[in-house]
Design a binder for this molecule. Structure first.
Ligand code: AP5
Ligand code: MG
Ligand code: ZN
Length: 213
């Protein structure tokens, strides 16, 4: 099963992708997590991506597409995956579609986690992330057992550089201009599923499970 998570920054794509990954045994592939791991390790790719990410802009398609195609060509992705944060532009969606076509394959579901902009800013300020294992928390909605420490791996949590309010506004603008058109793209292909992302994480997940079966 191949699943794409769509939705604004902070809509809960990562949160839901992890839950799907655990329940269905599919790898969770997040381009944002891949970039952040590269930034943390000081790679050339990380340095390049950081320039865009800190501004709330998209990393150029050339860079992003190559990374994603390499990742999904790995052995663990053979039976499917959950894509979180990719595609984010129509050209990225076309590259993925063509790459899958060559393998006589296609995406099964594009799940749009719908959350209005007003709710987003509030969520971002409270988010805390673990750069070591990719876990995500929220001071209010998903607190850790010990404040500031990852429940899963014990690493110290960070507030992402791009979660400052000004940058969040840019990310929302970029989302509406460049990523929202993907909703129509996948609707035309008959695989778009909409879920209300404003309810609790478990309720959102229940709606997703009823779609995936
Ligand atoms: P990326 O890491 O993908 O960030 P994003 O899309 O902006 O999304 P977020 O990770 O911020 O939000 P999310 O939807 O995953 O929400 P989460 O589950 O954490 O990308 C970062 C940057 O990398 C981009 O800006 C770009 O520069 C670059 N990039 C990445 N992919 C790219 C691509 N394909 N092309 C070009 N550039 C790319 O939830 C948010 C918070 O809310 C958490 O604290 C969570 O605990 C909480 N929460 C979640 N669900 C609920 C709920 N139901 N109720 C209450 N709280 C909730
Ligand atoms: Mg995310
Ligand atoms: Zn961790």
């Amino acid at each position: 099963m191949k699943i794409i998570m769509l939705g604004a920054p902070g809509a809960g794509k990562g949160t839901q992708a992890k839950m799907i990954s655990e329940k269905y045994g599919l790898p969770h592939v997040s381009t944002g997590d891949i970039f952040r791991a590269n930034i943390k390790n000081g790679t050339e790719l990380g340095m390049e991506a950081k320039k865009y990410m800190d501004q709330g802009q998209l990393v150029p398609d050339e860079l992003t597409v190559k990374i994603l195609l390499d990742r999904v060509a790995q052995e663990d992705c053979k039976n499917g995956y959950v894509l979180d944060g990719f595609p984010r532009t129509i050209p990225q969606a076309e590259v993925l579609e063509n790459a899958l076509k060559e393998l006589n394959d296609n995406v099964d579901f594009a799940i749009n986690v719908d959350v209005p902009d007003e709710n987003i800013i509030n969520r971002m300020g409270g988010r805390r992330a673990c750069v070591n294992c990719g876990a995500t928390y929220h001071l209010q909605y998903a607190p850790t057992k010990v404040e500031g420490i990852c429940d899963k791996c014990g690493n110290e949590l960070i507030l992402r550089d791009d979660d400052k309010p000004e940058t969040v506004k840019n990310r929302l603008d970029v989302y509406h201009k460049q990523t929202q058109p993907l909703i129509d793209f996948y609707n035309e292909r008959g695989i778009l599923k909409e879920v209300d992302g404003t309810v609790s994480m478990n309720e959102v997940f229940n709606s997703i499970v009823s779609i995936l079966g």
